[in-house]
Ligand binder design. Structure first.
Ligand SMILES: NC(=O)c1ccc[n+]([C@@H]2O[C@H](COP(=O)([O-])OP(=O)(O)OC[C@H]3O[C@@H](n4cnc5c(N)ncnc54)[C@H](OP(=O)(O)O)[C@@H]3O)[C@@H](O)[C@H]2O)c1
Length: 274
């Protein structure tokens, strides 16, 4: 898919990977980018960064877990800014915990944002894309949607579900000329992982690397876009020797037997040693 002259709506655009995707799209000559998240002030700041590339940027503050608000927002957007060519479902939340200490409220938040929120906006947008007989949808899953790891059981469950949802939708919407793709970043240096405990040996990507991989994957019309060599290694390892990968993950994971430092501590240590 070519990006030039198109209109994209990106959820989770106020920071992290969503913001990086907005900026990368702006560099590739998109005509208009609609930026969705809850924090209006941050969206306004990202809109200013996008507009600096000569691209029209519209901040839309809406909570994806509120279906009526999402419906109203999408109807207004379609009326005021014309059809959306590309929907990027990037908004998400993650909670890390051993399963035995996990809290139902955290699980409910992951499910209502990562799954029901994604479903809600996709339904409103996909129905309109089908009417215009063109469009593309990208669902942001994770490497943890292919390879689940200890301490991330419920987050992994939502990301596995996104892959199943994406595959089914790809089959259903192909007849309507709507393309559906999954993006699978591995650990990426954003607010989401700041308070997570580190998995040994995992080298974080930058949000910019993830955004570039998305643009390359869209140009190749890839149905699933894996980001970085570590992801390819993990997915191949899981196919060829799943028992070995499970052993590696048990050693790498921050379990009670060998607690790891928080990601933010490691980053601060790296910054001071420079
Ligand atoms: N970082 C990683 O290591 C990593 C790895 C693989 C996959 N991913 C996936 O990549 C996506 C982006 O993650 P990130 O690392 O960029 O996280 P992030 O920096 O924490 O950003 C999350 C984004 O989602 C938005 N959001 C959260 N809840 C929302 C809601 N109810 N309604 C609307 N917007 C909401 C946030 O904006 P507001 O708070 O302003 O609403 C923010 O823009 C997620 O789907 C995540 O699962 C991340």
């Amino acid at each position: 898919m070519h990006l030039q002259g198109k209109t994209a709506l990106i959820t989770g655009a106020s920071r992290g990977i969503g913001r990086a995707i907005a900026l990368e799209f702006a560099k590739h000559g998109m005509q208009r980018i609609l930026l969705v998240a809850r924090d209006h002030q941050r969206l306004v700041e990202v809109a200013a960064e996008v507009a600096a590339y000569g691209v029209e940027a519209i901040p839309i503050a809406v909570d994806l877990t509120a279906p009526i608000d999402v419906n109203i927002a999408i109807a207004q957007v379609w009326r005021n800014y014309g059809p959306i060519d590309l929907l990027i479902n990037c908004a998400g939340v993650a909670h890390q915990s051993s399963f035995l200490q996990s809290r139902l409220s955290d699980v409910q938040e992951e499910i209502s944002t990562n799954l029901v929120g994604l479903y809600t906006i996709t339904r409103f947008v996909a129905r309109r894309m089908v009417k215009q007989r063109r469009g593309a949808i990208v669902n942001v899953s994770s490497l943890m949607g292919k390879v689940a790891a200890p301490t991330m059981a419920t987050y992994s469950a939502t990301k596995f579900a996104i892959l199943g949802f994406t595959q089914a939708l790809r089959g259903e919407l192909a007849a309507h000329n709507v393309q559906v793709t999954a993006l699978l970043p591995s650990l990426t240096d954003t607010d989401m992982v700041r308070d997570l405990q580190w998995f040994r040996w995992v080298i974080p990507m930058t949000p910019q690397q993830v955004a570039k991989a998305l643009v390359d994957g869209l140009a190749r019309d890839s149905p699933e876009i894996l980001v970085g060599w570590q992801s390819h290694l993990a997915v191949w390892g899981n196919r060829l020797a799943p028992w070995l990968l499970e052993k590696v993950l048990r050693v790498a994971a921050p379990l009670a037997a060998h607690p790891a430092k928080r990601y933010s501590e490691l980053r601060e240590a790296a910054a001071t040693s420079r």
